[in-house]
Design a protein around this ligand. Structure first.
Ligand SMILES: [Zn+2]
Length: 107
């Protein structure tokens, strides 16, 4: 099993694109998430607010608590919910094998 994009590993941002199709499919998988639920949540430690989001009325750091299994070729990926946030907000690109596994994942 390979765990993806924990906040500590999300620093490996590569100049690889994530297509909207992959993002949308991953979003669908999390809507019907089948995976281990954590005992709590994890929040993004990459979001930066210079003077604090509460003063500006913006949202606090993104939070995720779901995980999803994605079957791959000879391995199973475990992706945390915040992978969506890392992709969308921080330019994270998961390995291409994972992106293909997301597209191939049965419903
Ligand atoms: Zn963030």
């Amino acid at each position: 099993m390979l765990q993806l994009a924990g906040s500590r590993t999300a620093a490996l941002f590569l100049p690889v694109r994530v297509t909207e199709r992959v993002f949308e499919r991953l979003l669908e998988l999390f809507r019907e998430a089948w995976g281990p639920v954590t005992a709590g949540w994890h929040d993004c430690d990459l979001c930066v607010y210079r003077y604090g989001p509460s003063k500006m009325g913006t949202n606090p750091n993104a939070v995720g608590f779901k995980n999803v299994f994605v079957p791959g070729d000879a391995k199973i990926y475990l992706a945390p919910e915040l992978i969506l946030h890392y992709i969308d907000q921080h330019g994270y690109a998961p390995p291409s094998e994972f992106q293909q596994a997301v597209l191939d994942c049965p419903r």
